[in-house]
Write a protein that binds this ligand. Sequence first.
Ligand code: PHE
Length: 346
Amino acid sequence: MDIKTKIQGYTEEINAFNASSAEEIEAFRLRFLVNKGIVRSLFEEFKTVSTEEKRELGQVLNVFKQLAESKHKSLLEQIADNSDKAGGSTQDLTLPGKGLELGSRHPLSLVRKEIVGIFNKMGFIVAEGPEIEDDWHNFSALNFPEEHPARDMQDTFFIEKKEGNDIALRTHTSSVQVRMMENGKPPFRAIMPGRVYRNEAISARAHCFFHQVEGLYVDEDVSFADLKQTLFHFVQELYGEDTKVRFRPSYFPFTEPSAEMDISCTICKGAGCTLCKWSGWVEILGCGMVDPNVLENCGIDSKKYSGFAFGMGIERITNLKYVIKDLRLFSENDIRFLRQFETETI
Ligand code: PHE
């Protein structure tokens, strides 16, 4: 039988078709409209006819396809109509309503907001910069010497090689400090929240991206005492007044002297637990006095001005607040995890 005759036969069948139940309509759909149904198989067969025939047949076939589809649609409408008329609405009005679900903030957003709030009250403004940075802003201006192993401290995702100024994903938001100092005049008092990237294998304890809040304070006569008091106040606001701090000497190319700050363990309060590995202390940030070279690189007179800087990972601060042991939870979008945090209030 050629395609045309077949189409004629099916057209008659469709025109005569009537359904009184949803099952019958479904049978119609399965016969004509699914992937292995008649319409599809006719199109397959159509591929085998001569170009000559295709011209005429193509149109006939399309009309047929539309007929099958519109019949199916009208059958559905008809049955919906009938059940309405019979008083049998398809909607069961006795079913309980669906509750309106409120979103909840991501734990990292909550903690970032809290950190920003505390520094805002101390007069720090928020500064932002690009996540795709050049070598100058991410490294060189920050006193990372060329070929110095300090660059390896931060495994970098390079994007593009450029003569003397490679393009990379920023490894810290210190780059924003450089941009701020280059483009303005002291005093500066700002924090830089943002996402940063490092080439690390993803595990419970490391990720290839995370979030930081860095801070910068540059003015005349800024001293290490200012740094200590600012960070001490921050920690007390964030974790409570009984939280203790201690500073350990450290090294960063862009600060001199440099330190790492520990706080008394938020879980055991210093008594010793698995979180603080029985030491009673946990490290939360790096800090130091801005190296005069960095100030000069940004066009600031290091004889007149001094400053301090600090940087912390929001994930780490959040872990200590909510005791989250696996970093991957932050980026997996598991609703069961995310729902546990503050509900958005309208
Ligand atoms: N930029 C450092 C880091 O990402 C943190 C830091 C900032 C340390 C400012 C000291 C001063 O590890």
